[in-house]
Design a protein around this ligand. Structure first.
Ligand SMILES: [Zn+2]
Length: 184
């Protein structure tokens, strides 16, 4: 599924869900839900979220970030930096639909938002919707990373096949219509 489809489905449904739950559904919630829809594909060189990383080898940036954070954690005595360093290293080492498409990553990335119910809900919903949409792909995803088993739904399509593109278009359309209905 294309990044723009993940962003549209995630932001439409997560924002509508926040509104239904009586939570704030303002611009910050929309922005966070777009991020939640795009972030899982940070493990893919040509994904929409990596498009603005200003280097040819995008994933090398995450290795560099991990190295800098580890250096600061050790030299400045700030062990808390080892958490983001570890996440950056996992993004670098992970294959597509590996760590960032797992329950472990959902928990790691949503943890900083736990102080805001609306932002946490929107991000979590959008991230989980991304994983659900990817489970329609025949390649599946490592939901229980680091376990190697890849999960997918019984109806699997290649993202580039005609049925796959058709399902993607229908999912975007239905999400948008449902969100419009829920927001009014
Ligand atoms: Zn994905």
């Amino acid at each position: 599924m294309k990044g723009i489809s993940h962003a549209l489905i995630g932001s439409a449904l997560a924002t509508a869900a926040c509104r239904q739950l009586g939570l704030d559904a303002g611009p910050a919630v929309v922005a966070v839900s777009v991020l939640g829809g795009l972030l899982p594909d940070i493990d893919e060189e040509h994904s929409l979220i990596n498009k603005y990383v200003p280097l040819h080898c995008k994933k090398a940036v995450y290795a560099a970030i991990a190295s800098v954070l580890i250096y600061h954690a050790i030299s400045k005595g700030q062990p808390a930096l080892l958490v983001p360093a570890g996440i950056s290293a996992l993004i670098f080492f992970s294959g597509h639909r590996g760590f960032t498409h797992s329950i472990a990553a959902v928990m790691a990335f949503s943890m900083p938002l736990v102080g805001s119910e609306a932002l946490f809900t929107a991000f979590l919903a959008s991230y989980l919707l991304h994983l659900l949409c990817d489970m329609v792909n025949t390649k599946g995803l490592q939901l229980l990373w680091p376990l190697p088993h890849r999960f997918r739904l019984p109806i699997g399509f290649s993202g580039r096949s005609i049925p796959g593109m058709l399902i993607e278009g229908i999912a975007v359309l239905l999400s948008t219509l449902l969100a419009v209905r829920m927001l009014h």
